[in-house]
Write a protein that binds this ligand. Structure first.
Ligand SMILES: NC(=O)C1=CN([C@@H]2O[C@H](COP(=O)(O)OP(=O)(O)OC[C@H]3O[C@@H](n4cnc5c(N)ncnc54)[C@H](O)[C@@H]3O)[C@@H](O)[C@H]2O)C=CC1
Ligand SMILES: CCCCC/C=C\C=C\C(=O)C/C=C\C/C=C\CCCC(=O)O
Length: 274
């Protein structure tokens, strides 16, 4: 039996359009209540209204927030908690792909995801009054393979994937009631891809519209994958890779660096701290 989303409360970043909006739609259709943030007040308000008309206005709330502003993100998350009563599922989705504003991209794609994860971690942990929960971070196919067109974007998405898989390996996840998952979509038909030009990616001249048409997934396909991930019975450590023609689940194992590497268990039990 899969994890039920009925009565679950969700906080999602970057939900005004694109993939984030499709995840909200999928979650609401399964009976969840959602609070979403976005930097764009106009698109956010329009999405809130559209989803409220479809699923009821008590079930959807939009908060304008730039997740690169740490104190505003913390305040927005707290507003979400106050509104929902509790956040059972945190989805760190907001991201851009623009190599020409690389510092901003790192702040958003990586620092923003770390901050959102830590906010949810503190809120959900059972040893501090939480009731546990799930944290899903949105990486990319470029969190699993290299990309000469988008080296900095690719670095942020590898960081998101590695950060999330590392948290999932912690020996206290079960005790804290936490589960972590990562979604790694291939290219999907949203503004992030539609708007690529020579400032956003390198070697854009190598991208043809025919080539793009061959690799692009419709948004609905990524939404389906996201819904599979969040409804897994045991989601912790799951990485779901979703290119156009397949859907592969895997779990990242600890990389074996040889027998001299002090793995956590050995380090914890060792009496020799030198
Ligand atoms: N579209 C694609 O091909 C793929 C997208 N992804 C990832 O999926 C996520 C969503 O991407 P898309 O929906 O395609 O992009 P999108 O451009 O359609 O939507 C991104 C949303 O994030 C919001 N946003 C931007 N900066 C923000 C900020 N500072 N604070 C809060 N919200 C902000 C935007 O206003 C927008 O609503 C991103 O993390 C992206 O890297 C991953 C793999 C493939
Ligand atoms: C046809 C070139 C598309 C360029 C796409 C640029 C950015 C994509 C951003 C993503 O997050 C999507 C992730 C990865 C897949 C993109 C292209 C795959 C090209 C084929 C391959 O090497 O497998």
């Amino acid at each position: 039996m899969s994890e039920t989303l009925k009565t679950k409360n969700v906080f999602l970043t970057g939900g005004a359009q694109g993939l984030g909006k499709s995840y909200l739609d999928g979650l609401l259709a399964k009976g969840a209540r959602v609070v979403f943030s976005d930097i764009d007040p106009t698109a956010g308000a329009a999405t809130e209204q559209e989803l409220a008309e479809k699923y009821g206005k008590d079930n959807v709330r939009f908060l304008q927030c730039d997740v690169t502003d740490g104190s505003k993100f913390e305040a927005a998350f707290q507003t979400g908690v106050d509104h929902l009563g509790y956040v059972d599922l945190m989805v760190n989705n907001a991201g851009i792909m623009n190599e020409s504003v690389w510092e901003k991209m790192i702040q958003l794609n990586y620092t923003g995801v770390v901050r959102g994860t830590l906010l949810a971690y503190e809120h959900m942990r059972k040893d501090k009054g939480g009731r546990g929960g799930r944290i899903v971070n949105i990486s990319s196919e470029f969190g699993l393979q290299d990309s000469f067109m988008t080296p900095i974007y690719c670095g942020t998405k590898h960081a998101v994937r590695a950060f999330t898989s590392s948290l999932a390996m912690a020996p206290d996840v079960k005790q804290l009631g936490l589960e972590y998952g990562v979604l790694c979509p291939g290219p999907a038909d949203t503004d992030l891809i539609r708007k690529i030009d020579q400032t956003r990616i390198r070697h854009v001249n190598l991208v043809s519209s025919e080539g793009m048409a061959k690799v692009l997934s419709p948004v609905e396909r990524i939404q389906t994958a996201f819904m599979k991930l969040v409804q897994l019975d045991d989601m912790n450590g799951a990485i779901l890779y979703v290119p156009r023609d397949q859907m592969n689940f895997c779990k990242m194992e600890r990389v074996n660096l040889g027998e001299n590497w002090p793995v956590a268990e050995e380090a914890a039990t060792s009496s020799d701290s030198s």
